[in-house]
Design a protein around this ligand. Structure first.
Ligand code: ADP
Ligand code: MG
Length: 246
C-alpha cells in the first residue's frame, strides 16, 4: 500500500471522506502552485467543510419538501407592488427565525403568497436552517392521522425540530373541530420556540368565522400574530395576467 493510499484510508476512517477523495487533486495543486504547508493544510480542511456544507444543504432541501422551485430572483416586483423587494430582502438576514417570529402573507389567490413563502424558505435552507413545507390541508391530515394512532405528541415534537414550518393556504377549506384542536396543539408547541410562515386568503377579521368562533380560534390567531411580520398582498392574480397576455 502506498503512502497516499494509507493516508487516504486513515482520513476515511476518521470520516473525512471529502478530504480523502480530494487529496490527490489537492496534492497535485499544492505542488504545482508551490503552496506553503499551512496553505495546503488550510485548503484540505476547507474542501472537507465545503463538501459537508453542500451535502447538508442538499439534504435539508429534500427534507423541506418544497412543492416547486420558486426562486426569489424570479419574483417580479413590478407586477406585485404591494410588497417591496426591500421588505423581502430585509427578511433574508433571518433575524425572524433567530427571534422565533412568524411571517404571515395574506391576500387573494394568485398574488404570489406561496411563491414568496417558498422563495424565502429556500434561501433559509441555503443559510443553514431547517424548513418544512406543508399545505394546511396536508398538515391537518397528518396531525389527524397521528392523533388517531395516539401519536400526536410524538408527531408534534418531530415537527418542532425544524426551524420554520411553512403552512400554506390556511383558510381555504373548513376544518373539523378535532382538526382545529390539533392545529392549536401544533401552533402552541411552536409558539416562541419556532417560526411559522403562513399564507392565507383570509383576513384576520374573517378568521373567527373560519374557525367557527370556538374557543381555540382566538388563541391560534393570537399566537400566530404575536411576534409576526404581516404582509397584506393585493393586486391582480399573476396566473390571470399570464393567461391574458399569453
Ligand atoms: P398565491 O399563493 O398567492 O395564490 P402563487 O404564489 O402560487 O399565488 O402564485 C401563482 C403563480 O404565479 C405561481 O406560479 C407564481 O410563481 C407566479 N407568481 C405570482 N406572483 C408572481 C410575481 N410577482 N412574479 C413572478 N411570478 C409570480
Ligand atoms: Mg398559494
Amino acid at each position: 500500500m502506498s503512502l497516499l493510499e494509507r493516508t487516504t484510508a486513515q482520513y476515511r476512517s476518521l470520516r473525512l471522506t471529502a478530504a480523502a477523495s480530494g487529496l490527490p487533486d489537492l496534492l497535485a495543486e499544492a505542488e504545482q502552485q508551490e503552496l506553503s504547508y499551512l496553505d495546503f493544510a488550510q485548503r484540505l480542511v476547507d474542501h472537507e467543510i465545503s463538501v459537508r456544507t453542500c451535502t447538508r444543504i442538499e439534504r435539508h432541501l429534500k427534507q423541506a419538501q418544497f412543492p416547486a422551485e420558486k426562486p426569489l430572483e424570479s419574483f417580479d416586483y413590478r407586477h406585485q407592488t404591494t410588497i417591496t423587494k426591500r421588505q423581502v430582502n430585509a427578511l433574508l438576514d433571518f433575524g425572524f427565525i433567530d427571534q422565533r417570529q412568524n411571517l404571515v402573507f395574506i391576500g387573494p389567490p394568485g398574488v404570489g403568497k406561496t411563491h414568496l413563502a417558498i422563495g424565502i424558505g429556500q434561501k433559509a435552507v441555503q443559510a443553514g436552517y431547517k424548513i418544512l413545507f406543508r399545505t394546511a390541508l396536508a398538515l391537518i391530515e397528518e396531525l389527524e392521522l397521528a392523533e388517531m394512532k395516539g401519536e400526536l405528541k410524538k408527531r408534534l415534537s418531530q415537527l418542532a425540530k425544524c426551524d420554520v414550518i411553512i403552512i400554506d393556504e390556511l383558510g381555504y377549506l373548513p376544518m373539523t373541530r378535532q382538526a382545529r384542536y390539533n392545529l392549536f396543539q401544533l401552533i402552541n408547541s411552536l409558539y416562541e420556540y419556532r417560526s411559522i410562515i403562513l399564507t392565507t386568503n383570509k383576513d384576520f377579521t374573517a378568521w373567527g368565522e373560519f374557525f367557527h368562533d370556538d374557543n381555540v380560534a382566538v388563541p391560534i390567531i393570537d399566537r400566530i400574530i404575536h411576534h409576526s411580520h404581516i404582509f397584506m398582498l393585493g393586486g391582480e392574480s399573476y396566473r390571470l395576467k399570464q393567461k391574458t397576455t399569453a
